[in-house]
Design a protein around this ligand. Structure first.
Ligand SMILES: [Zn+2]
Length: 284
């Protein structure tokens, strides 16, 4: 049950108990004690809904250091090799012409990123997904259809992930390994669905909110503000679910962002590239 419904039920129960006390169905004292108990429990449920504990649902990658090492057991022996890395990630594509333009910029800068694609969009523009891979980017799954997974039944979650994985495998020849839930929303059942599909859940450490209509300068400022060792930055090349908004500001911000990050000594990496580098630096 969603914890917010539980809160509603407990508050309602408190009201009913007080009412029963007034009508004399319960002693006033019992009614008061029970309703205070319900109010406290309801407030606990409210607090749990408003302040969900970060990773209490299970392992979620929000920084590069959290990435599991795939099929290898990696011990990092050369930490210097792993310093100053940042991963830019782009959600909700592919979405022409912005994804094409973004890929052009990345190619020009020889920088690798990670795309979390909407698989139903990928089916419409498979050539863009193949281009991402051919140019060295990591392709992760965002969803088959971009929906709030917290509102889906277990069966719907399972079906969406299965469809999404299959769609990407049909296009690229390989199953996605990384998954970013739509809006980053997680709960125990979302994590369970991911685990059942062997997907590594990846959210972010920096969220410049590039979808809110801010201009390229503001996007640049926000990314640079949040730039730090191991950061995973959430940006958007798509506009799910309607695909109406322009993503030009994001595309335009990426080139100066890459230049400035490099000036500060950062390496731009895709998730797979970072992991490969880490494995290499451990001498395996
Ligand atoms: Zn999204």
């Amino acid at each position: 049950m969603r914890v917010i419904y539980l809160m509603g039920l407990l508050y309602l129960a408190a009201m009913l108990l007080l009412w029963a006390g007034r009508l004399g169905r319960l002693s006033r004292r019992t009614a008061a004690v029970l309703s205070v108990f319900c109010l406290l429990a309801g407030s606990g449920a409210l607090a749990a809904a408003v302040f969900p504990k970060g990773n209490s649902y299970g392992p979620t990658v929000t920084r590069l250091a959290d990435l599991p090492s795939g099929d290898r057991t990696v011990k990092i022996t050369d930490k210097a090799m792993l310093q100053r890395h940042i991963a830019l990630t782009f959600d909700d594509g592919p979405y022409p012409p912005y994804t094409d333009r973004l890929l052009d910029v990345l190619k020009d800068k020889q920088a690798h990123v990670t795309f979390f694609v909407v698989a139903s969009q990928a089916q419409r523009y498979p050539e863009l997904v193949r281009r991402m891979l051919a140019e060295g980017h990591t392709v992760g799954l965002h969803a088959f259809r971009h929906r709030d997974f917290l509102k889906l039944t277990a069966e719907e979650k399972e079906k969406d992930l299965a469809l999404g994985k299959k769609a990407l495998k049909d296009i690229t020849g390989k199953e996605p390994e990384f998954w970013r839930p739509p809006h980053g929303f997680r709960d125990p059942s979302v994590m369970q669905a991911a685990a059942a599909h062997g997907l590594c859940v990846v959210n972010w450490s920096a969220i410049p909110r590039d979808w809110t209509g801010i201009d390229k300068q503001e996007i640049y400022n926000r990314v640079m503000d949040k730039a730090e060792e191991g950061a995973i930055v959430l940006l958007h090349d798509g506009d799910s679910p309607f695909y109406r908004a322009s993503r030009q500001a994001t595309v335009d911000a990426v080139s100066p962002v890459i230049d400035s990050l490099r000036e500060k000594g950062y390496h731009l990496v895709s998730l797979e590239e970072y992991r490969a580098k880490r494995a290499e630096s451990s001498g395996r």
